[in-house]
Structures are given as C-alpha cells and as structure tokens.
Design a protein around this ligand. Sequence first.
Ligand code: ATP
Length: 360
Amino acid sequence: MSVSLTLKNISRRYVKDNEEFMAVNNVNLEVNPGEFLTFLGPSGCGKTTTLRMIAGFETPTSGQILMDGVDITHVPANERGLGFVFQNYALFPHMKIFDNVAYGLKIRGETGASAAKKVREALDMVGLSKEEQRYPNQLSGGQQQRVALARVLVLRPKLLLMDEPLSNLDAKLRLHMRTEIRRIQKDIGITCLYVTHDQKEALTMSDRIMVMNRGHIDQLGTPMKLYEDPATPFVADFIGQANLIRGKLQSVDEQGLGHFVVDGQMLRARMGQQNPPAVGEEALLVVRPENLRMNEKDNGIEMRIVNRLFEGDRIDYHVVLEGSKQEKTFSMSVPFLPGTEIIDIDTSVNVSFNPQAGVL
Ligand code: ATP
C-alpha cells in the first residue's frame, strides 16, 4: 500500500517586500514507496513550502506532483489521502485519548465497532493501547506526540508528511522519538516525507536526505553519502561540522588522489565524485574534525592550537595556520579515552589526516 511520489520541475513564487522571489525553484524528486525522505535546510530554504505543495495547502506556480504516476497537482488537499503531522499538534484536552484518535473517523461518518477497531489498531501502532481512557494532560510530551501520530495514522493515509514534529519536545525526548517515529514508519511501511532543520535528526532517521538551499536542491542522497561526499561547501558545512581549506589542485596521481597546495605546503586528498575541481583550479578541501590528527607525520601541516574545549567524550581543539591568508580557525576533534594526552593552548602541532578522509 506504499505509494511513490514524483515532483517534476516544481516551483513556487512569492512576493516579499514588493519583489517576486522563488521560494521553491525547479525541484525534481522521486520518492520511492516506503521510503523515509527528509527535507533538510536552514530556515527559509523552502522545505515547508515544498511539503505544503505536496499536501495541497499551496499551489505550485509551475510543475507537477504525481502520486503513483497519477497527477495530483490540482487535487484538493482533503482528496489526496495524505496524513500531516505538524509541530503544534493540539490534542483536544477535554477528550480521552481514544476519542482524540477517533475524531477524524467521526468527521468522516465512521463510528461503531469498525471505527473502534481502527482506533485501537492506531493506538497499538504507536504503543499507547493502555492509555486510551486517559486524558492528554495525563500523558508525557512524547506520548502526546504519539497520540498526534495515531490520530493521523487512523485515517490510513497513503503518505505521511511531517513538519518539524519534534521541535516542541525537550532534548532527551526528541532523541527517543527519533527512533520511535522511524520504528513506527518502518512497521507500517508507509512512505514518509519529513521536514527538519536539525541535521542530526536527518542523519539518524532518513533513508535519503534532500538538502535545500535558497529554494533548490543542493544535494540528494543517503546520509552517509552526503557526509562523505558533499556536493557543495554549503552541504559540507550544514551536515556535520566541516573544515573547509582553500588551496589549488596541482595534480591527480595514479591512485586518484588530488595533490593540493595550501599556502605553499602540499596535502593529498580523495577526489570527490560530485563537483571535483580541475587541475590548476582553486578548490576547497573538506575535512571533518574527527579526521584531523596530531603529530602523525604523513599528510600534515603545521598549525597552532588557539583553543581547547573539553566535550566529555572528546576534546575539540581549534587550530590556525600560522601566517596564512586563511583567516579561518579549523576544528580538530580527538576522542577522549583513558590515557589521552592533553595538549596545551599555544602549542604548535603537525595536523594531519588520512588522504582518504579529505575530499576535494
Ligand atoms: P522554516 O524552517 O523557517 O519554516 P522553510 O525552509 O520551511 O523555513 P518556507 O517556510 O518554505 O521555508 O519559506 C521559504 C521562503 O518563502 C521564506 O523566505 C518565506 O519567508 C517565504 N514564504 C513562505 N510562505 C510565504 C507566503 N505565503 N508569502 C510570501 N512569502 C512566503
């Protein structure tokens, strides 16, 4: 019963401050049946607008939306058979959990034994069968969020759309609900589109992530692919932390490693598959903080420690390239294990990385 979804050249134009602009600009996307796909990006990049067009709350300025190959671009929202979970999931405080979940069925004219069976199945999916006679204020925030989900699932939607559903929960509960939502989605096998600006949420929950930047797709891929081979500096910086080191690509060797000149010093790095630079071009090298190491002689560069942050499981050192035009501070993350040597601020160290870990 899972459906596929296709966006073909979808755009949405708005007027802001008397000027037209493209909130969503020519987005193309194929979502597979049963897939959990996340729209990730900073505030204002067009995630919610894209989701709202799929839901039918907004009309695209141009383009088509297809569900299982059928054009639904102009089908009214209530005839699309979709479930929408928002950030502000107001439950009815004076109704028991059972009645909260039954509400949508009642509106549709479904009552009696078959409706009650559906309500119990939905409560069972979200693990709240025992709470059906309680009131919302007798449940925890996470349980209330699951009731909100049951209220949508009871209507047996073909597609589940979720817009920042965890933003109102405290940090610990948010972590727990990531796993819960994913478990429920997998159990039912429903296709799910999820909007968040939280990169950790996107990385841990999604089959694929669509990174949006100013209305377009910067990159679409699995979480690991985006982390290891970001298509743009924006993606590199938005997904996880990234050191972006400027330099010039001098040559590519027979192993496919790029030889890269940074302030007169040579570094080697894996060539990315997304937008690799040409030989002779200025380029950005992306290295994750956990891939920088101290005092391993190979593929290193002399840097000075300017700050040290103890994070519990790791130590983050901030390092600078002395006398360089690169004004940036780079980040190096070292696991904090028994016996880990602590290096003082102002020490000069050779900062190196495995050439397979950087990407050009
Ligand atoms: P957030 O996480 O802050 O919700 P978002 O990525 O979901 O951000 P959208 O809500 O899709 O972004 O908004 C994209 C852009 O379109 C923003 O600049 C926003 O101000 C603008 N916008 C959204 N809705 C309208 C509207 N009805 N009229 C005019 N501009 C709008």
